[in-house]
Ligand binder design. Structure first.
Ligand code: AMP
Ligand code: GLY
Length: 421
């Protein structure tokens, strides 16, 4: 089977690594990919949102399955375009991808179906939103409706901060048209968990829970990033809460179905586990990054089986997904300065060294080739993931493997896997 993976980050490197272990997969292409996977995949110089070119490539190469990594091509409708050509693809349709592409769309699904979420309201008019803020006397969260690279969510503890946030999003258009509509919702307290489900219509299989560390500095301080590390399992997340999450996923998929939308691909449910149970913070329509780097190393069964079933529009009842009990910790190594500005072009040494232990993996992201070297080319440069019999062992192995990675300006959090409540 020939597989095309779209995207270039750590998530896509992890997907390539995992499916390269399948006997069924004979060839992997990555578009555009990054420089750290040349031993398992062939890079194709087409950007992730260049849907027409990707389609031509998939047709020419007779690709059996295309796996879409990032949200942007999904929101642009890559699945619809591929399916029209008869090309099997793993990822939701443009309509279904609104779950991530429009926070107002997903909030409406949550509120209309009584799915546990923060109390909130949707506004497409600045004056009405402002009037609403004046009436609430508690901390809120203001969210730009559209895609804003994870930055369009502002937590405001006071009325003044809420007004400031609203101005930035709706008046100053800090996130462009993504801020034409906003969601204003209550701030929830608790701890966050990410649940990924592989979905084929209303049929789905859960992947193991994980937790992401979004802030740049230790102790969860500083601005949010795409994610500085992740771990799985989440020991404090109780099984009874998982029952609630299953209900959440069922209701979401069924509600989409009643709107004529068949959901195919990964549904990422971002949850706050509150004193009154799990509540949905957000939906994403693809694998999480860096959650994938902590989840897939724990999967002991073949990932291509559920992916193939979904891409072909089949159910999942005959697909079995198996996991190791081992813990996995994934630590992201970034370029100092990220998520602000940072320098690029530094040689990275030690990737092969870090990969030597069977339980250690190096999933590259912001890396490119320069002559014979792999050099830094992005904020999040790579992640080192390690499996261990327990958390302490997994953490120690990951940090130990990370000492082998050398590049100028390397920065990573020292506390990935530590639980902050
Ligand atoms: P989102 O993109 O909606 O998941 O928001 C990004 C991050 O903002 C989440 O991972 C949470 O850390 C935080 N957040 C979003 N909504 C809320 C909320 N209602 N209460 C508290 N924190 C939130
Ligand atoms: N790690 C958060 C995300 O993938 O959106």
């Amino acid at each position: 089977m020939k597989v095309l993976i779209i995207g270039s980050g750590g998530r896509e490197s992890t997907l390539a690594w995992k499916i390269s272990q399948s006997d069924k997969v004979k060839k992997i292409f990555m578009a555009p990919g990054n420089a750290g996977n040349d031993h398992i995949a062939e890079r194709v110089n087409i950007g992730a949102t260049n849907i027409e070119k990707l389609k031509e490539f998939a047709k020419e190469q007779k690709i059996d399955i295309t796996i879409v990594g990032p949200e942007a091509p999904l929101v642009l409708g890559i699945t619809d375009v591929f399916e029209k050509e008869g090309l099997p693809v793993f990822g939701p349709s443009q309509k279904a991808a609104q779950l991530e592409g429009s926070k107002a769309f997903s909030k409406k699904i949550l509120l209309d179906n009584g799915i546990p979420t923060a109390d909130g309201a949707i506004f497409d008019n600045y004056e009405n939103a402002l009037a609403h803020i004046h009436t609430i006397r508690r901390p809120v969260v203001i969210k730009a409706d559209g895609l804003a690279a994870g930055k369009g969510v502002i937590l405001a503890d006071t009325e003044r901060e809420a007004i400031e946030a609203l101005k930035r999003i709706m008046e100053q258009k800090e996130f462009g048209d993504a801020g034409n509509t906003v969601i204003i919702e209550e701030q929830l307290k608790g701890y966050e968990v990410s649940i990924l489900a592989i979905c084929s219509g209303t049929d789905f299989k859960l992947l193991v829970p994980s937790q992401d560390h979004k802030p740049i500095f230790d102790g969860n301080k500083g601005p949010n990033t795409g994610g500085m590390g992740a771990y799985s399992p989440v020991s404090m997340f109780p099984d009874e809460d998982m029952e609630d999450v299953i209900k959440i996923i069922k209701k979401t998929l069924t509600s989409l179905k009643t709107q004529g939308i068949t959901y195919k691909g990964i549904l990422y449910v971002g949850l706050m586990i509150t004193e009154t149970g799990p509540k949905v913070l957000e939906f994403n329509v693809r694998f999480g990054d860096p959650e994938t780097q902590a989840v897939l190393p724990r999967m002991t069964s073949d990932l291509i089986d559920p992916i193939e079933a979904v891409a072909k529009g089949e159910g999942l009842k005959d697909v079995h997904i198996e996991w190791t009990d081992k813990a996995c910790v994934a630590v992201v190594a970034a370029s100092a300065g990220y998520p602000g500005s940072y320098k690029k072009g530094y040689t990275i040494n030690g990737i092969d060294e870090a990969r030597k232990d069977d339980d250690c993996f190096c999933f590259t992201a912001g890396c490119e080739k320069l002559d014979n070297d792999i050099v830094t080319s992005g904020g999040r440069v790579l992640a080192v993931s390690s499996l261990g019999a327990n958390f302490d062992i997994a953490r120690e192995k990951a940090y130990n493997a990370l000492t082998k990675i050398k590049f100028t300006d390397i920065y990573y959090r020292k506390d990935i896997g530590i639980v902050y409540k």
